[in-house]
Design a protein around this ligand. Structure first.
Ligand SMILES: *Cc1c(COP(=O)(O)O)cnc(C)c1O
Length: 689
């Protein structure tokens, strides 16, 4: 299948050249009328074109990317403001009263009006789009007509005093009607509306419309009614034909053109200044300033050169879904956090356990997402995990649930991490480092893994007497809470008794425990609400159960993670041919083999095929075959139509009407979801939805 790309990318370069022409008037020394036509009529297609392509792409994605688009535009605007600040200061063109007007509408430098306009324009266009495309076009078209009155048709307005007063009022707010209100929305929406059409139809239409617009422009120019010359009555018609022309031309995608055109637009006014300075220094005023074509050529060449160099330094992150990735459903995460918080009851706060890279979900993404939802307590397994979160701006308590070497106490203090005291020796060594440390004491109530033995008040008293330790909490961990068997329930009962009795008696011994916490996910699913301060939830937060065993109080949890990979290549095997290491798979019939770009180094079990694991492609199940390789796996995709490289393979999650649950895959592979998920490697990209 050959994809068609419109010629939109290529035209960006032409549009960038036209914008430079507008600001350098190349033809003036040859023929001013010709220059008027070229720069004030023909070149006026450039900026509406940029608006239209933004509208076209945003609308095609259902206006999904609008937040990112606006953030990007604002970032560029911020950088550009700084970039042109020296020229503003030099020209002393920054009266403070004008600042709001300049920032919101005119731009802080003459060409920068485009960036605030595209932000305001996109917001207005999106708002109007709620009415439906055609009503939106009608309203924004009306705004455009009003804009015309402040632009090329100002002379007509001038003859009606009331209107003149109204426009004078408007010009107090912005200097031109060519802005985010009257100009941008209409072209953005026009971009959303234009479809590919017969190339001859749109080509002829373009030239006729351009001829008519030229007549319009020259007659307005002749009568000297223009206040500014950006907006013509016929410009939208010209743009309509031009854009549908570009849509029907087939070319390759041109990423370079995208970045380069924007950079040329941003830097060319600086290049104008630099060319003038250079001309004076080199005594080349005749060639580089007076000769308008020489001037244009020098500015154009230097703008493209600077843009080309800057392009080399543009951040070019790898697309997270380029090979294999984890898709994180933030709404599911919020939902689960809310469900757990509700179940924990008042007075007990959710502590999100994000150890092991948030059980393979990506700790930074998950913690940021939960922080947005108001979660202020996190737990990790190691010092390094805690530091990463702090560096990424995670606030609140971060409790390290495992051992940290006492010599690292300085880092615990610097990053305000709360350390678990795993036994009395650990407490003494931590204290001896001389840093004031926040700690929680682990109590061993029967798991016999970490903790000071329950009821050992002598040890507790010695720990409380140590300097430098600020004991802010006491907790224990249940090791049988995931089972409802009578044995397990009884064991959990003894653990709970030991925990609460120790806590009660600590008060009697004058040892304030601070925050107490006991339940992890299965403590919530299998036990009633507890009189605790925190609930340490891991696996349930991610919307999955450890396995398929029943629980006492199932919660309506939503799985957070989907695991997907690209098909790298598709190949045919004749019956009897084999594939993969050890030729472990032999085709029993003529088969189609899809090679997915994910392997055991990404965390999948090597024996998946032997366990009968399946994946989803195009919404249909297909078995994994052969040994899973380090970076690839083989899938028998026989019978699934139209698979090509780049297609998406789903290993966990939904595709079409089918779903693969993490619990199923974990069970097939003889483990629990906790292990399966937490092994997902850092090589996998993360896409947060
Ligand atoms: C991992 C861990 C948790 C979270 O357990 P889940 O069963 O995933 O909720 C809670 N507490 C401690 C001490 C842990 O090590």
């Amino acid at each position: 299948m050959k994809k068609r790309f419109a010629a939109l990318d290529d035209f960006r370069l032409i549009a960038a050249v036209l914008v430079v022409a507008i600001h350098t008037s190349p033809l003036t020394c040859w023929n001013p009328e010709a220059d008027f036509w070229f720069t004030r009529v023909f070149a006026r297609v450039a900026v509406p074109f940029f608006f239209m392509s933004s509208g076209y792409f945003l609308a095609r994605k259902g206006w999904q990317g609008i937040g990112r688009f606006i953030r990007h535009a604002l970032l560029l605007y911020g950088i550009s403001i700084l970039l042109y600040l020296p020229l503003n200061l030099y020209a002393d063109s920054f009266p403070l009263v004008e600042l709001p007007k300049k920032l919101c509408f005119d731009g802080t430098f003459y060409h920068l009006w485009y960036l605030p306009a595209v932000v305001i324009g996109v917001l207005i266009a999106r708002g109007l789009y709620q009415l439906g495309l055609f009503p939106a076009l009608a309203v924004s078209g009306l705004l455009y007509l009003i804009g015309l009155g402040g632009d090329s048709y100002f002379g007509l307005i001038d003859t009606v005093p009331v209107l003149r007063q109204i426009y004078d009022g408007l010009f107090l707010i912005f200097s031109y009607t060519r802005n985010g209100i009257f100009f941008a929305p209409f072209f953005l929406l026009l971009g959303a509306a234009v479809r590919r059409r017969d190339i001859r139809f749109s080509g002829i239409g373009f030239w006729i419309a351009l001829a008519l617009m030229s007549i319009e422009a020259f007659s307005l120019h002749g009568q000297q009614v223009q206040r500014h010359d950006s907006m013509y009555l016929l410009l939208p018609l010209v743009m309509f034909f031009l854009f549908s022309c570009l849509l029907s031309l087939n070319t390759a995608q041109n990423h370079t053109a995208r970045g380069l055109s924007m950079l040329v637009y941003l830097v060319h006014p600086w290049c104008i200044v630099l060319v003038r300075m250079a001309a004076k220094l080199l005594h080349l005023e005749n060639l580089l300033i007076e000769n308008s074509f020489g001037h244009f050529a020098a500015v154009l060449a230097s703008s493209f050169a600077v843009a080309g160099i800057l392009q080399l330094f543009r951040p070019m992150p790898v697309h997270p879904a380029a090979r294999a990735w984890r898709e994180i459903d933030s709404h599911a995460l919020w939902h689960n956090a809310a469900m757990l918080q509700q179940q924990a009851g008042k007075g007990c706060t959710l502590m999100a356990v994000v150890k092991a890279d948030a059980y393979g979900h990506g700790a930074v993404s998950v913690a940021k997402c939960l922080q947005k939802a108001g979660v202020r307590a996190f737990a990790v397994a190691s010092l390094a995990e805690g530091i990463i979160l702090r560096k990424k701006g995670i606030r609140g308590i971060i409790l390290i649930l495992g051992y940290t070497m006492p010599a690292e106490a300085g880092l615990l203090a610097r990053w305000r991490l709360t350390q678990t005291v795993v036994d009395e020796t650990h407490a003494q060594a931590l204290s001896a480092q001389g840093y004031p440390l926040r700690v929680h004491l682990a109590l061993d109530t029967g798991m016999h893994r970490l903790g000071i033995p329950a009821y050992d008040f002598a040890a507790l008293q010695r720990i409380y007497a140590l300097p430098n330790l600020k004991i802010e909490g006491v907790f224990s961990h249940l090791c049988m809470a995931d089972s409802l068997s009578p044995n397990a329930t009884a064991y959990t009962g003894t653990q709970m008794d030991a925990f609460y009795e120790t806590i009660d008696q600590m008060y009697e011994h004058g040892l304030a425990p601070g925050k107490v916490h006991l339940q992890a996910s299965y403590g919530i699913l299998n036990l009633p609400a507890q009189p605790c301060d925190f609930l340490r939830a891991g696996i349930a937060l991610y919307g999955v159960y450890s396995d398929t065993k029943p629980v006492a109080a199932p919660l309506d949890l939503l799985p957070v993670l989907s695991l997907r990979a690209r098909v790298g290549t598709v190949r045919r095997l004749a019956a009897g041919q084999s594939a993969g290491y050890g030729c472990a798979f032999t085709a029993q019939r003529d088969s189609v083999l899809a090679v997915a770009a994910i392997g055991y180094a990404d965390g999948l079990p090597r024996e998946m095929a032997a366990y009968g694991a399946k994946v989803l492609i195009h919404g249909q199940f297909a078995p994994v075959v052969g040994w899973v390789c380090m970076d690839q796996m083989l899938i028998d995709a026989t019978g699934i139509d139209g698979i090509c490289s780049g297609d998406i393979v789903t290993l966990i999650g939904q595709d079409g009407n089918q779903v693969i649950h993490a619990e199923t895959l974990a069970e097939q592979c003889g483990t629990i979801t906790n292990e399966l998920l937490s092994r997902l490697g850092s090589r996998l990209g993360i896409v947060v939805k």
